[in-house]
Design a protein around this ligand. Structure first.
Ligand SMILES: *[C@@H]1O[C@H](CO)[C@@H](O)[C@H](O)[C@H]1NC(C)=O
Ligand SMILES: *[C@@H]1O[C@H](CO)[C@@H](O)[C@H](O)[C@H]1NC(C)=O
Ligand SMILES: *[C@@H]1O[C@H](CO)[C@@H](O)[C@H](O)[C@H]1NC(C)=O
Ligand SMILES: *[C@@H]1O[C@H](CO)[C@@H](O)[C@H](O)[C@H]1NC(C)=O
Ligand SMILES: *[C@@H]1O[C@H](CO)[C@@H](O)[C@H](O)[C@H]1NC(C)=O
Ligand SMILES: *[C@@H]1O[C@H](CO)[C@@H](O)[C@H](O)[C@H]1NC(C)=O
Ligand SMILES: *[C@@H]1O[C@H](CO)[C@@H](O)[C@H](O)[C@H]1NC(C)=O
Ligand SMILES: *[C@@H]1O[C@H](CO)[C@@H](O)[C@H](O)[C@H]1NC(C)=O
Ligand SMILES: *[C@@H]1O[C@H](CO)[C@@H](O)[C@H](O)[C@H]1NC(C)=O
Ligand SMILES: *[C@@H]1O[C@H](CO)[C@@H](O)[C@H](O)[C@H]1NC(C)=O
Ligand SMILES: [Cu+2]
Length: 562
């Protein structure tokens, strides 16, 4: 008690002192009519700026960005070793979806695979009043059958870096993903925007072929990893390389797209200024090592101020919670001299192996928002157990998640279902403006990256032990606000979210292996408003195509549907 009281006091001091200064800056900006985003003023964005509350207000650009994406089953050798890769348009990562803050994005997806369904989820995109475009199999739609297409339409109400990925089976981790890059203001200045930088784990066989091992033994040890879709494996392949021009500053958005790996990311001899997490700009802070759970994003600025030379970029799996055969070999190169071909000889920063999130006190949203009192509190135990048939399932409050591809929750709601099955793990949120607090706790030793669709949540507390024994003081004044945070091993996590977006929203662990074996739940929010947002014919057509495909194959659903 004494300990948590002290840390809360320290946090309060920290928050109040760092929020005061930008507030003055914001008043200055409010008076400005319009401004030009430039290397010397990245906080501005035309008639809007970094202080705009983007949950309510979005620039009216009138621009529609349209993309056509096709899933392609191919053979690639991202680290020099060939394997089957399921891709978007033949590349790993797939094409980048780029837009400006406020644009409308239309994505036409064609499933060009022969033996898998698909859906595409736009990770972290709020889908404000557009639930039917969230792209989750069994929740918001039936899978898109081989040969069929589906059109997703959403507004870029947020800005920064993220990824789109398949939300069908383990397909995202067999290669079906790509970058989302939405241009907008930034909480520190920089010269050049390099776009998204992906870090991931990788094996030389498909994730889907490893699933049976995962079901019966647990997550397999992965072989290696990739940085932005490339790496060396022994003498094969090639490293990711980026040239820095001296005295130039670079911004990029790091995205952890692993199936099972918590990374520490660093560039030898360089300090990073962290300016955003998960589409939420923060008060900038500096670090040499960035801790990243799966599906988290951090936007960083790096100054090219070191002596001309070659420097290693490192994505280091934390063995506390992720096993990998190439822990020291997931590397990239920063060169100050583009003609150099030598490997760097630099030494990495020292670190302590752990799967802890960056301390909450460092993650201060630039736009400060507070949390209201709880209208609903869910206290959920996360457990793991082996079934009679030898399959290791995860449970949320004693219920392992299990949905049916052919009967998505959104369709059930649209069809006025009066009850949900126990294994659908549905929690209802009745009215606009209600605050739901969720306490997750576990005695398991696994660290889980918890992701909520359709909302940013507020991270009120996390730590070791049970929630009752720790009795943490909840941070309700401008807590970290994001869409993925870690549930610590043998610990607890408390998050809150505001009901401001009607829909059927998945919340789940983003470790692919756990997501497929039950560690999921869904919020059915503002149910009475959902029907008006849904196109029943689209739901019905997609399911019709899927059911027709199922009659032609011997495919049986062997996972929990998401
Ligand atoms: C989200 O939708 C609500 C309801 O239509 C609207 O009031 C709000 O302005 C929207 N937010 C943004 C950022 O467009
Ligand atoms: C993806 O591939 C499709 C089909 O070949 C093509 O029409 C489309 O232009 C490609 N999209 C991008 C963004 O390259
Ligand atoms: C991808 O191609 C391989 C080799 O032809 C095939 O065995 C596999 O079933 C295909 N996968 C999908 C998802 O279509
Ligand atoms: C996906 O395709 C692979 C072959 O690439 C196949 O083994 C697997 O059963 C399919 N899974 C689903 C869920 O469709
Ligand atoms: C990583 O790859 C993506 C997609 O190919 C590209 O747009 C981006 O610029 C690359 N990122 C960096 C930091 O080089
Ligand atoms: C990197 O930093 C280390 C430790 O401060 C220093 O010894 C080394 O000379 C630096 N390397 C380069 C290439 O600047
Ligand atoms: C990078 O340079 C800018 C401008 O000179 C400075 O404000 C910032 O503190 C520097 N960041 C780091 C990490 O050195
Ligand atoms: C879960 O199951 C255990 C063992 O059967 C029981 O003690 C506990 O009360 C159950 N918890 C809930 C939330 O149902
Ligand atoms: C669901 O209920 C609403 C309101 O009573 C009604 O308008 C609608 O037709 C019903 N939908 C179905 C599919 O029965
Ligand atoms: C749903 O689709 C089926 C074909 O799959 C069709 O027979 C039926 O009329 C459709 N129902 C509605 C309400 O659109
Ligand atoms: Cu997700």
């Amino acid at each position: 008690m004494l300990f948590s009281g002290l840390s809360c006091f320290a946090l309060y001091l920290f928050a109040s002192s760092t929020i005061a200064a930008p507030h003055e800056k914001r008043e200055g900006l409010d008076k400005r009519q319009s401004c030009t985003n430039s290397a010397t003023d990245r906080s501005c964005w035309g008639d809007y700026d970094l202080s705009t509350n983007w949950y309510d207000t979005v620039p009216d650009t009138g621009v529609i960005r349209e993309y056509w994406l096709e899933l392609v089953n191919t053979t690639l050798a991202p680290d020099g070793v060939e394997r089957v890769v399921l891709t978007v348009n033949g590349t790993l990562p797939g094409p980048t979806i780029e837009a400006d803050w406020g644009d409308t994005v239309v994505v036409h997806v064609t499933n060009g695979l022969t033996n898998n369904g698909t859906t595409i989820h736009f990770h972290g995109i709020r889908q404000n009043n557009t639930i039917q475009n969230d792209g989750v199999a069994s929740v918001t739609q039936c899978p898109v059958a081989p040969g069929d297409s589906y059109t997703y339409t959403w507004r870029a109400t947020q800005y920064g870096y993220s990824w789109y990925h398949s939300h069908y089976s383990l397909q995202a981790w067999d290669g079906v993903f790509g970058a989302i890059h939405i241009n907008g203001p930034t909480s520190a200045n920089y010269d050049v925007d390099l776009g998204n930088l992906f870090i991931q784990d990788w094996s030389h066989t498909t994730a889907s072929s490893l699933f049976e091992y995962d079901e019966t033994v647990g997550p397999p040890t992965l072989t290696t990893g990739l940085i932005n879709g490339t790496n060396m494996y022994g003498t094969l392949g090639s490293y990711y390389e980026q040239t820095f021009v001296s005295d130039t500053s670079y911004k990029f958005g790091i995205v952890n797209v692993a199936i099972d790996t918590f990374f520490k990311f660093s560039i030898d001899n360089h300090t990073m200024t962290v300016v955003a997490m998960d589409f939420v700009p923060i008060e900038p802070f500096e670090t040499t090592i960035l801790s990243m759970g799966i599906a988290q994003r951090y936007d960083v600025i790096i100054n090219a101020t070191e002596p001309v030379g070659n420097y290693w970029m490192r994505a280091i799996p934390q063995v506390t919670c992720s096993s990998n055969d190439n822990v020291d070999g997931i590397l990239g190169i920063i060169r100050y001299d583009s003609t150099s071909t030598a490997d760097p000889t630099t030494t990495g920063y020292t670190y302590t192996d752990s799967c802890d999130d960056i301390p909450l006190a460092s993650l201060v949203p630039y736009l400060p928002l507070d949390v209201g009192d709880a209208d609903i509190t869910e206290d959920l135990d996360i457990t793991v157990a082996e079934s009679a048939s030898g399959i290791i399932y995860w449970y949320v409050s004693n219920s392992t998640f299990d949905l049916d591809w052919s009967d998505p929750t959104l369709m059930q709601v649209y069809d006025n279902a009066t009850t949900f099955g126990v294994s659908e793990n549905v929690y209802e949120v009745a009215a606009q403006g209600q605050w739901t607090y969720v306490i997750l706790e576990q005695t398991s030793g696994a660290a889980h990256p918890i992701h909520l669709h359709g909302h940013d949540f507020y991270v009120l507390a996390s730590g070791v032990g049970t929630y009752a024994s720790a009795a943490p003081t909840l941070i309700t004044t401008n807590p970290p606000r994001r869409d993925v945070t870690m549930l610590p091993p043998e610990g607890y996590l408390v998050i809150a979210f505001l009901a401001d977006n009607p829909g059927t929203w998945l919340m789940h662990c983003h470790i692919g292996w756990h997501q497929s074996l039950g560690l999921d739940l869904q919020f059915v929010a503002q149910r009475s408003q959902i029907d008006a947002l849904v196109d029943g014919a689209v739901l019905n057509d997609t399911c019709g195509g899927w059911d027709a495909y199922l009659t032609l194959t011997d495919l049986r659903q062997d996972d929990d549907g998401v």
